[in-house]
Design a protein around this ligand. Sequence first.
Ligand code: ADP
Ligand code: GLC
Length: 489
Amino acid sequence: MKIMMVASEAEPYAKTGGLGDVVGALSRHLAGLGEHVAVVLPLYEVTVPVLAGRPQTIVSEELPVALGAEQRHVRVVRVDEAGVSWYFIDDPNYYHRTGLYGTSDDGYVDNAKRFMTLVRGALAIAAVEFAPDILHCHDWQTALAPVLIKTGHNPSHQPGSLPTLFTIHNLGYDGLFEKDILTKIGLPEELFHVDALEFYGKVSLLKGGILHADRISTVSEAYSREILTSEHGLGKEGITRLRKGDLVGILNGVDYTRWDPATDPVIAASYSADDLTGKRDCKLDLLREFGFPASAAGRPLFGVVSRLAWQKGLDLVAAVTSDLIDSGGLLIVLGTGESGLEQELRTLARRYTESVGVRIAYNDPLAHKIEAGADVFLMPSRYEPCGLNQMYSLRYGTVPVVRATGGLLDTVQPWDDKTWTGNGFRFSGDSTEAFLGAIREALRLYRNRDAWTVIMRNGMTADHSWERSARRYVELYREMIQENHVAAS
Ligand code: ADP
Ligand code: GLC
């Protein structure tokens, strides 16, 4: 089967969050299952050094891409790696910028054009070079691909000629633009309609993807149910409910070649469920990194690695910090994002110099060190489509305390004092008290070394590898291709 992914990020070429982990790892795993996989990505400024030194094929020096009246020409570069053909759309005017999507608080004003260029480039590659059996698109940035195909606005692919799967990684990011964007990107104004792309007076690319793809998936089963409800639908539950019959949840996996304390080259010492001794060295190393004395190693260490966004509920972390310190704890936070949250965290670090360490940065090695060095990982997300960090924490024996939502609900099983089963702690609702309750439970267990070792091991031995999820995608693609053949015959 020939599968083409179109996405705005994939590690190791560009990543701002879990989408990058997922597109990278899923593509490699699909190739590992023997599928023929191509991924189309923008060639960002951050991608340039990653590609340097890798053998590259120039697929086209000047691939024409139409954006309404404007005709652009992009270079297309291919890198064959890990069994996957990675195609990069090189349009320096659009992609050589500091951020992938914008500044920390605002998206770039020409984002619709930037990502239409990606989508049109991908469809041209699909027509002239790769000829996929299935097109798999991710989030609002690539939502225009199903729209173009379903509405007959892509000359090379007539409606029904190429089945499309649209994965919602996050319903909270719409890709919202003014109405006049449609003509600027070469779409007719008739798509500004409640049954197409119009959403409360704006154009929502995400809505377009949801309504026009042949099938929809989300990144956990719990989230696939939640997005149908008014509590978690973020005003889009009317749209998702229309597609309920075509919607599935497939849990993301963990790339254990990158996230496993037994083999992780970045952390201070290796360890595993069978031999936990190295974890103490990792804690000491992390304490040193943040300027805390080795004597602090007896204190429970709480870690956070996160985009600093409303979604992640970090205001709750700020709200519980003084209680956490009163209970003897230390807190280490790594993150970047909204400037208000960055400021709030910096203030905390200044106020509690002996107990709180904050690094406002995007730093992958440090993320690994926190997963390895912390005792407890905090993830009070307001909503979490899947969440990868709690799964990384489980593997690193860093016990997660999470809000009971989305993928957190599907992966973190509450500790049970009677049976000594479970791998973490959950809380429900919005209150600081509920979050603190779960933290206190974790602290109580932390003082019982035998039980703590069991909860760590329960998490470390849980299997969240990509194998199973990648196979579920393969089944889904097959089903879609078959359905498409039946419909065409
Ligand atoms: P989301 O995609 O919503 O941000 P996930 O938990 O799915 O959340 O994935 C986040 C990914 O981004 C993880 O791989 C995590 O380690 C990484 N990450 C987030 N913030 C940072 C940061 N400041 N530095 C390094 N890695 C980060
Ligand atoms: C999104 C979600 C996160 C998910 C990631 C990868 O960014 O916020 O929960 O893990 O996508 O699917």
